[in-house]
Design a protein around this ligand. Structure first.
Ligand SMILES: Cc1cc2nc3c(=O)[nH]c(=O)nc-3n(C[C@H](O)[C@H](O)[C@H](O)COP(=O)(O)OP(=O)(O)OC[C@H]3O[C@@H](n4cnc5c(N)ncnc54)[C@H](O)[C@@H]3O)c2cc1C
Length: 370
């Protein structure tokens, strides 16, 4: 790229910290660095025209795990690990709300609901059976019982007679959250360059040489916040996981309010602007969805439509307006990877399916590695 003296001097010289990725983690990390090092020159590089991973594509659930997800996590993690994970997600949500304000992100405390299909009788019974135990496990974090049961308030079809309600769950407007984070970063003096993909990093021990699709420059420290794309920089144990979503046109007199989980969190839906936003189905094709390609597939979109028409809105003529996908970062453990990769390169990746919750905390912890 034919950069001028002015362009190099103003945007690419004497950079203290370069953050790769402008999702919730990258932006929170940049803001935390600015708070700690007020005179630092901070640059965020983002390959998309808008952030292009998960932070602008998600469903906006302010959640920390449904009962069946917690039970499933307890099969692969210790009790203490699960408690710490939920605590971090909850603390992350508090931090996000404190940083941006409930009104700014349209936080709405609607409660979360877990539904079980008619075929899910075994899981339904297991969850009812373990509800008390999990409430006891989480009591020290919330000072209250998290889960309780309720009847089918919203008249969903083909589901078990009771839901499990999580009184601490809510929902946000994802676009408003990201717009507020970007605004806060820019007004704090943090520079953000979009359409700029980092292709190579080389730690020279005194600084990091950075190559992008447009130019090369150097920075004292580099913080990688690329989540599902982390393997590009040889970060192990993070795989991309695509998640597909659809949204309906506005529905007259829609009275469904809340965040809803189905099939151990593999499907999720919520109300937004008199519409239903519905996502999930990765479990139908785990291998095919282990990709960074933003696209939709027939098999998953058909299943989402089936759930929309047969379970959520069985008696309503509803039209789908829009579909999209985003890329998450997952691994065989649920905790995020926050660590140094060399003396001047650090990473904060693998937020899994609850990065709205944990993202602010990961961004802060990443910045605090320095
Ligand atoms: C469809 C969907 C629904 C979801 N629903 C929820 C939900 O309801 N609640 C919840 O808590 N979580 C949800 N999540 C997960 C949540 O969105 C993520 O965990 C979180 O946004 C991750 O944030 P991040 O900053 O780590 O990563 P990202 O937001 O993915 O940011 C990484 C950024 O790095 C950029 N990047 C990658 N490589 C490069 C490079 N080489 N150079 C420059 N830039 C690069 C990407 O373009 C991207 O913008 C959902 C995710 C998806 C996809």
């Amino acid at each position: 790229m034919n950069l001028s003296y002015w362009e190099y001097k103003t945007w690419l010289s004497n950079i203290d910290f370069t953050i790769i990725g402008s999702g919730i983690v990258g932006l929170t990390c940049a803001l935390r660095l600015k708070e700690r090092f007020q005179n630092a020159n901070i640059l965020v590089l983002e390959r998309g025209i808008l952030p292009n991973g998960a932070s602008t594509k998600n469903a906006g659930f302010a959640c920390f795990g449904s009962l069946s997800e917690i039970l499933s996590d307890l099969e692969s993690h210790t009790e203490d690990e699960v408690i710490q994970l939920i605590k971090k997600r909850y603390q992350g949500l508090q931090l996000l709300k404190k940083q941006l304000g409930n009104q700014t992100i349209n936080y709405s405390h609607t409660g979360g609901y877990e539904l079980f299909t008619k075929n899910d009788t075994a899981l339904y019974k297991k969850c009812l059976d373990k509800l008390k135990k999990i409430n006891t496990l989480l009591y020290p974090i919330f000072d209250d019982n998290v889960f309780q049961t309720s009847n089918n308030l919203f008249n969903f079809k083909s589901i078990q007679p009771q839901y499990i309600i999580n009184q601490f769950e809510g929902q946000i407007d994802t676009g408003k959250m990201m717009q507020a984070l970007l605004h806060k970063a820019q007004t704090s003096g943090i520079k953000i360059l979009n359409n700029c993909e980092v292709t190579e990093l080389h730690d020279t021990a005194t600084a990091v040489e950075i190559e992008t699709n447009h130019f090369a420059f150097s920075s004292n420290k580099v913080l990688i916040a690329t989540n599902g794309f982390a393997s590009q920089f040889d970060i192990k144990n993070v795989k991309p996981a695509r998640a597909q979503v659809l949204i309906t046109k506005p529905i007259r007199n829609l009275d469904i309010r809340g965040t809803f989980h189905l099939d151990q969190g593999y499907y999720y839906f919520r109300n937004i602007d008199q519409r239903i936003l519905l996502g999930g189905g990765r479990n139908l094709d785990f291998i095919g969805e282990e990709t960074t390609v933003l696209a939709q597939t027939e098999i998953i979109q058909q299943k989402l439509e089936e759930i929309l028409h047969n379970i959520i809105l069985p008696d309503i003529d509803v039209t789908i307006e829009h579909r999209w996908s985003g890329i998450m970062g997952v691994g065989n453990q649920k905790n995020s990877i926050i660590k140094p990769l060399s003396s001047n390169i650090f990473c904060g990746v693998r937020q899994g399916g609850m990065g709205i919750a944990i993202g602010s905390l990961v961004g802060k912890e990443l910045a605090d590695l320095l």
